[in-house]
Design a protein around this ligand. Structure first.
Ligand code: GLY
Ligand code: MN
Ligand code: MN
Length: 527
């Protein structure tokens, strides 16, 4: 075949169709008819109402109260391509998960709409009626069922029907085919009887485009549409959804306990895997894999990429490459969290001596970090400001650094806004909210977050650290290459903070005896 022929053939087949070049798909009518016939009937039994349903309804009511008379559009997001026709595991947008109660991989392309209702006609006394639009299970007599590798039950397993999600979530459901009309109908200025929309943007670009088009088409003066004003409307919805998650309800607290319990098991598995990690050229990957196995066995996934950092890698704050060795006598910093099926995640760090015993200098740094964590914990009382946890913890670190002769200025100067020299070795925040996102409530206003007041129902981390890089010439050589962080997940209650991750030992002696106990148990089980 000459070049000219090649060109012709290439041009005749669109690139997106070439994914199918690797296999032959039968297309005869006989095949289609055969594939669409003779399947057992679908399951008939509807699922029970999920325990989360009442809580999710309460969350929707709270949002309804803030945006009376407006259409609220909350997408789950689409599947994301990893490469060619392989997608990443689907995870819905957290605001969508929060308001629907859906977890796991539910549900690509779905959209929750809160439609303003006439006074007194909303769901459960609210001002809106909620409908979940999604792509329901395609019947076994359809081509989608056996031929669509992204959404056909034949390919990906059980898919929900409209009736099933309705029964499970206590929520009206509708086919995705009705979504466009649901988003665009009657859009317009309220003064002429139109409905204005608020959208959680940048989750699904198709929905962004649909809303933009509806706004443009119904604007009085489309050419001069003020996108800044519309963006601000939308941002208020994202902000409200984020702030709604600042206080966890009882069901959410249970989910967090489930996630933390699985995470504790994951850390135990890592200790068991340490001997193998020590003898492996990429021991950090052995650690990562041991934890990941637990995350998939006990939960949905990891809540974030595991940091498995041996020796000096522990001083690299976002070390997730995990390609390093784990050397005996060094520390291993493990920052890892299991995400439960409900998508709530733990976020825990322990720093372990790889040979089971801290050296003197390792213990000295470790205990300073532990004292800082304890100071943060003691400060974390209902009614104090979130930011005061950080102040309490970092003040202890500044004091220790000064005692060791590492601070170039006095403690007072370092902790003043003009100083902050101690932050060279503790450059991150001490606390963040935790929940559906590892960095939960990230769109909340500053006055409700950093400047907010600790309130029962809040869940957040306390995670001070000290990181002395091997290449840091401002400190004596003995400190170099040591990185320590201790991170716990804290539930604020009316009686004070509760450490949800307290099952993992924190004191240096307790860490050593915990590790020794695990090895004794493993040995006792050997034949
Ligand atoms: N693992 C992320 C964090 O600790 O914030
Ligand atoms: Mn954290
Ligand atoms: Mn962490």
């Amino acid at each position: 075949m000459n070049d000219a022929d090649n060109t012709q053939i290439s041009a005749s087949q669109p690139l997106e169709e070439r994914l199918n070049n690797r296999s032959q798909r039968p297309s005869s009518d006989a095949f289609k008819a055969f594939m669409a016939s003779n399947w057992a009937p679908f399951r008939e039994q509807l699922p029970e109402l999920d325990a989360v349903a009442g809580h999710a309804a309460g969350r929707r009511r709270a949002i309804s109260e803030l945006f009376k008379g407006e259409r609220l559009v909350i997408p789950a997001g689409p599947l994301k391509v990893r490469s060619n026709d392989c997608d990443y595991r689907f995870r819905p947008h957290s605001g969508f998960a929060h308001l629907t109660g859906l977890g796991l991989d539910h549900e690509p392309d779905a959209v929750l709409i809160l439609e303003p209702s006439d006074e007194g006609k909303g769901d459960d006394g609210g001002h809106h009626r909620a409908t979940l639009y999604f792509r329901p299970l395609a019947g076994r007599d359809t081509e989608q069922f056996y031929a669509d590798s992204r959404s056909g039950e034949f390919w990906i397993g059980a898919r929900p029907t409209l009736a099933e999600f309705k029964a499970q979530l206590g929520l009206e459901t509708a086919d995705l085919a009705e979504l466009e009309l649901a988003i665009t109908k009657n859009v317009g200025a309220p003064e002429i009887g139109g409905i204005s929309i608020r959208l959680v943007r940048k989750v699904d670009e198709n929905i962004d485009a649909l809303v933009d088009t509806a706004r443009y088409n119904t604007a009085k003066d489309p050419e001069n549409l003020d996108l800044g004003v519309l963006d601000a409307l939308d941002e208020k919805l994202s902000e409200a959804l984020s702030e709604l998650r600042l206080i966890k309800d009882e069901w959410e607290v249970e989910q967090m306990k489930t996630a933390v319990a699985a995470t504790v098991q994951g850390f135990t598995e890592v200790v068991k895997a340490l001997p193998r990690a020590l003898s492996h050229p990429r021991g950090e990957r052995v650690v990562e894999g041991a934890f990941f196995a637990r995350a998939r066995e006990e939960g949905n996934e990891l809540g974030y990429d595991t940091i498995a950092a041996g020796g000096n890698n522990a001083t690299v704050l976002h070390w997730t490459r995990n390609t390093g060795k784990v050397n005996a006598g060094e520390l291993l910093l493990l920052d890892a969290g299991v995400e439960a099926d409900s998508l709530y995640t733990a976020d825990v760090t322990r720093t372990l001596p790889t040979n089971g015993t801290f050296s003197e200098i390792q213990r000295k740094v470790y205990e300073a970090v532990l004292d800082a964590a304890d100071a943060g914990f003691a400060a974390a009382q209902p009614g104090i400001k979130f930011r005061d946890i950080h102040t309490a913890a970092t003040t202890v670190l500044a004091e220790r650094l000064a005692e060791w002769g590492l601070l170039p200025v006095s403690v007072e100067e370092a902790i003043s806004a003009e100083g902050q020299q101690h932050r060279r070795w503790m450059p991150h925040g001490t606390s963040h909210h935790l929940g559906l996102d590892v960095h939960d409530c990230a769109q909340a206003k500053r006055e409700l977050y950093l400047d907010g007041v600790l309130t029962p129902g809040m869940i957040f981390t306390i995670e001070p650290g000290l990181y002395f890089k091997a290449e840091d010439l401002a400190i004596p050589a003995e400190y170099r290459g040591i990185g320590v962080r201790i991170e716990d997940d804290i539930l604020m209650t009316a009686d004070g903070p509760v450490n949800l991750s307290a099952a993992l030992p924190r004191k240096a002696d307790d860490v050593e005896s915990w590790m020794a106990g695990i090895y004794q148990e493993v040995e006792a089980q050997l034949p």
